[in-house]
Design a protein around this ligand. Structure first.
Ligand code: AMP
Length: 408
């Protein structure tokens, strides 16, 4: 887990604000769920997944309840839906931290932030298209260009079950040609063998059965409609029949956004899919669902790699330099801040030179300087810090002068 210092933490906030603007404009409302939930809520993600079996921060609280820090938000959103029964369609978005006990490295942390959406109560494949398009627009709004969209369908649960059985047979027949780690995965979660990045597994994976041969008519039609919808709105994508996602609850459409500047092991910027069935598992009525989660930490790294969406600290209007006793700076900063201006100052009775150094470093547009002469004449010196002449301004006009130069 890491500290995120200014101005980087502000950049995270700005990125979340860009996301919120896009999804709120499409009718999604913010959902806040607790960081801690009953352990059982997260087990629904799938007890054969690493997220649940190896990476959960779970503990017994003082009331003897088995609880966990959330590793993701979809299960919490479905729990909230089952509990509060809002009228569907329920279109929500969220942002916030998640916790997974992973091996930390660049782009992979034990506390990481996600933004995401969930929609409950709609079966229409055109909703899958809307959801995918929102994520696409978000990356575009940040200025990212090297983002690939990969889509697949896992079919209906029965299709998926037949496919999993076929995979099991195929990989079992391969025997020792499969890596030891993948042979272990094969026992618990055959689908995840397709996720193996080990070189010795790649040719076997390439020749493995394809999920596309197992769809029933409904699943085929749904997926075809999703692809046609993406074509219609000009969102480029690639169908990847071997794409599986880490969590167990997905059915039919799944998708992933991959960053072109990353190693393949860490290149997922975000992903999602349909999870018809999860609300029911959590005690609610049978309700279709679709959504995605995008990793904020990794998206920020992608922005660095592509040189876009730089951190922009708040531009200050003025930095007050008081070489009398500091009380004039107190009065001026208070007055100017109350007038809606962004203003900072120095403390500790520093010299004029030291205060001017801070003023320059603050990136403020102006220094407002008060010395004994200014106090005597009820004026201040207004010094533009990005070029221009210093001038004397009556004390009472300083707010208006600053506002004028800000808007010009
Ligand atoms: P998931 O919830 O596993 O589908 O992950 C969705 C996105 O969250 C991923 O594509 C990553 O961008 C991000 N993510 C997941 N786990 C981590 C992690 N441990 N550290 C940083 N980002 C993560």
């Amino acid at each position: 887990m890491r500290d995120i210092l200014p101005p980087e933490a502000g950049r995270f906030e700005q990125l979340v604000a860009v996301f919120a603007e896009i999804v709120e404009s499409a009718g999604y409302g913010r959902l806040n769920t607790p960081l801690i939930e009953d352990y059982g809520v997260f087990v629904r993600i799938g007890d054969a997944t690493d997220v649940v079996s190896k990476e959960m921060y779970d503990f017994t609280d003082h009331g003897d309840r088995h609880v966990a820090l959330r590793p993701e938000v979809t299960a919490s959103a479905c729990r909230a839906f089952a509990q509060h029964r809002p009228t569907p369609p329920w279109k929500v978005f969220y942002s916030g931290p998640n916790f997974r006990h992973e091996k930390a490295q660049r782009g992979r942390y034990r506390q990481f932030e996600q933004v995401g959406v969930e929609v409950l109560g709609v079966d229409d494949p055109l909703l899958d298209v809307e959801v995918i398009a929102l994520a696409w627009e978000f990356y575009a709004a940040l200025g990212l260009r090297q983002v690939d969209l990969i889509v697949n369908s896992l079919g209906e649960p029965a299709d998926r079950a037949r496919y999993v059985a076929a995979l099991k047979e195929y990989f079992t027949a391969a025997g020792d040609a499969l890596s030891a780690a993948s042979r272990a995965t094969l026992v618990t979660n055959p689908l995840r063998v397709l996720d193996s990045k080990r070189p010795e597994d790649q040719s076997l994976i390439a020749a493995a059965p394809s999920i596309a041969d197992f769809y029933d008519e409904g699943a085929s039609a749904h997926f075809a409609a999703v692809c046609a919808g993406l074509d219609a709105i000009g969102v480029p994508y690639r169908v990847e029949p071997k794409l599986v996602r880490g969590l167990d609850y997905y059915r039919r459409t799944i998708f992933e956004f991959q960053g072109g500047t990353f190693d393949s092991a860490q290149n997922a910027l975000g992903g999602g899919g349909r999870y018809d069935g999860l609300v029911e598992d959590l005690g609610g009525p049978a309700t279709p669902g679709v959504g995605f989660a995008l990793g904020v930490d990794r998206t920020v790294l992608a922005c660095d790699d592509e040189g876009v969406f730089a951190a922009t600290p708040r531009q200050l209007d003025a930095f007050v330099v008081d070489v009398v006793d500091g009380t004039h700076a107190l009065a001026l900063t208070t007055e100017l801040r109350r007038a809606g201006l962004a203003v900072d100052r120095a403390f500790d009775g520093r010299s004029m030179k030291a205060q001017m150094k801070l003023a320059n470093r603050s990136n403020a547009r102006h220094a407002v300087i008060v010395g004994p002469d200014e106090v005597a004449t009820d004026t201040v010196q207004l010094k533009p810090l990005f070029g221009g002449d210093q001038r004397t301004v009556p004390r009472g006009e300083i707010a208006a002068q600053l506002r004028k130069s800000t808007s010009s």
